[in-house]
Design a protein around this ligand. Structure first.
Ligand code: FAD
Length: 464
């Protein structure tokens, strides 16, 4: 008889994992707190998007869904950096259009994954929240939207219920997981640039010939301002989702000093004067949209014997500055589905092995995501950073077997995150030594630099 697996959470990771497990012969039931978004509409109803990169795409290819997803995505070739004086310039992510990331709608992607999982035989139960679990008895307690509770058998339960995971809380009550949640101290708010047709003509001269969009659509836009920033990602219908990142509290600017739309308008007029006119519904967006908090979650244990396991944000929520949270969770699904397919009845070993493989990698991407905040909000406009970036590009061109920018390793390869982290550190040390504090990469003797690189670092592993 098919092995039965109960999943908590039918978000991005839960829905993809469910489809992968059903496709490998498991009998999968998913309990999701929210109503079915295909019927009720996606919560919030706003266009919220995410950057999909190679790791996530790889998982979607395994699931046979990559083409469908890419048809609904907008290609982003690089960072379009908008400086204070109103200039903008594209910093490409990769060498050409084979190395790009994709802006996808969270709601549309979730619905596509739900359809695919259902087609694979998964049974979804919407409007059902996990409340508690009795692990030794193999039972879980659920509540529906009216608060009515019931208990069901769930001998093997996997939590894909996000950063605030109820399964994690239940596991923690049974046996401490060593949970640490480190708040970033910065928070975010989403605003919207509508399609160009809604804006007056004089505002839309920067769309590079794409009439529908108010800004160049094939880029992730950043307005770096030192301790804070705005970013904007394109949506297929011509709008952009803007996210403002600011310190949560403290001296100006922070969400406590930019507390309402009136204060925010004055702040944007000063700091983001070119962005403000592109957000015609500024007052409603600012006062109507919540402030989201940002934290990193670390756990000592992701599993409870062979009975319960955490995946995705439930196990390793990270800050969003590398655009890798979902990508990392999707990579989890590939590893877990293949381990479970190899040893379906040996969940104790499989869950332990899953943690052994994935945890060093989730720790590495957590650290890189934190570092990337500083890079995005500050260094992308810093001359020394730009010189390092340029020297890195020159070395990658001259010695591609020995040098690859860390961002490329994370975003466009399947090299383990932990490898990218370590290698990136070693490469950075070398770049610092070669530059000697200079802000001009062209001053470095490239032949000597390539020789030093080859002498210091082994060739990169296969990374296709
Ligand atoms: P979630 O998406 O949180 O899904 C959890 C699901 O579980 C939800 O459907 C929820 O309703 C359900 N649930 C919760 N509690 C219960 C319960 N008690 N019972 C039953 N169901 C429950 N990642 C990227 O890769 N690229 C990006 O560009 C990117 N940008 C981001 C920007 C921001 C501002 C933020 C905050 C995150 C971003 N991320 C990005 C991270 C990404 O959103 C997460 O990593 C991803 O959503 C994790 O998916 P998940 O399925 O594990 O959790």
């Amino acid at each position: 008889m098919a092995q039965q697996i109960t999943l908590i959470g039918g978000g991005l990771v839960g829905a993809l994992l469910a489809q992968q497990l059903a496709g490998r012969g498991f009998k999968v039931a998913v309990f999701e707190k929210r109503p079915d978004p295909r019927i009720a509409g996606f919560v919030g109803g706003r266009s919220i998007n995410l950057a999909l990169a190679e790791r996530g795409l790889h998982a979607l290819r395994q699931a046979g869904l990559a083409d469908d997803v890419l048809q609904r995505a907008v290609m982003m070739r690089g960072r379009m950096v908008h400086t204070r004086d109103g200039r903008s310039g594209l910093q490409r992510y990769g060498v050409d259009d084979s190395e790009v990331i994709w802006s996808v709608s969270r709601g549309a992607l979730n619905m596509l994954l739900l359809d695919a999982a259902e087609a694979a035989g998964v049974r979804f139960h919407f409007g059902q929240s996990l409340v508690s679990a009795d692990f030794p008895a193999g039972r879980i307690r659920l509540a529906d939207e009216a608060g009515t509770k019931r208990e069901i058998d769930a001998p093997i339960v996997i939590g894909a219920d996000g950063a605030g995971s109820a399964l994690r809380a239940a596991m923690n009550r049974h046996a401490p997981l060593g949970e640490r949640i480190e708040a970033l101290g910065h928070a975010y708010k989403e605003l919207e640039i509508p399609p160009a047709g809604i804006l007056s003509a004089d505002l839309i001269d920067r769309s590079g010939g794409h009439d529908q969009f108010a800004l160049e659509p094939h880029a992730l836009h950043i307005w770096p301002r030192g301790g804070y920033m705005c970013i904007a990602l394109p949506n297929t219908e011509g709008s952009f989702t803007v996210t403002l990142f600011l310190p949560a509290q403290g001296a100006h600017p922070s969400f406590s000093t930019v507390a309402d739309a009136a204060a925010a308008r004055a702040f944007f007029a000063e700091d983001f004067p070119d962005l403000l006119p592109l957000i015609p519904d500024f007052e409603n967006d600012y006062d109507g949209h919540p402030v989201g908090t940002l934290s990193t979650l670390y756990l000592d244990h992701w599993h409870l014997e062979g009975r319960a396991l955490l995946v995705g944000d439930a196990a390793h929520a990270i800050v969003p500055f590398h655009g890798q949270g979902m990508n990392c969770g999707f990579e989890d699904t590939v590893v877990l589905a293949s381990l479970l397919a190899e040893a379906p009845s040996d969940t104790a070993d499989v869950f332990a092995e899953f943690q052994r493989i994935r945890q060093p990698n989730s720790n590495a991407i957590a650290a890189m995501a934190l570092e990337n905040y500083v890079e995005m909000r500050d260094s992308v406009a810093d001359p020394h950073f730009l010189a390092k970036r340029e020297l890195g590009l020159l070395l990658a061109e001259r010695a591609p077997q020995h040098f690859m920018a860390r961002y490329r390793m994370v975003t466009f390869t399947h090299l383990p995150y932990a490898y990218a982290f370590e290698r990136g550190r070693a490469q950075d040390t070398l770049l610092e030594q070669l530059l000697h504090g200079s802000v001009n990469a062209r001053e470095v003797n490239l032949d000597a630099a390539v020789a030093a690189l080859r002498a210091t670092l082994p060739p990169l592993p296969e990374h296709g």
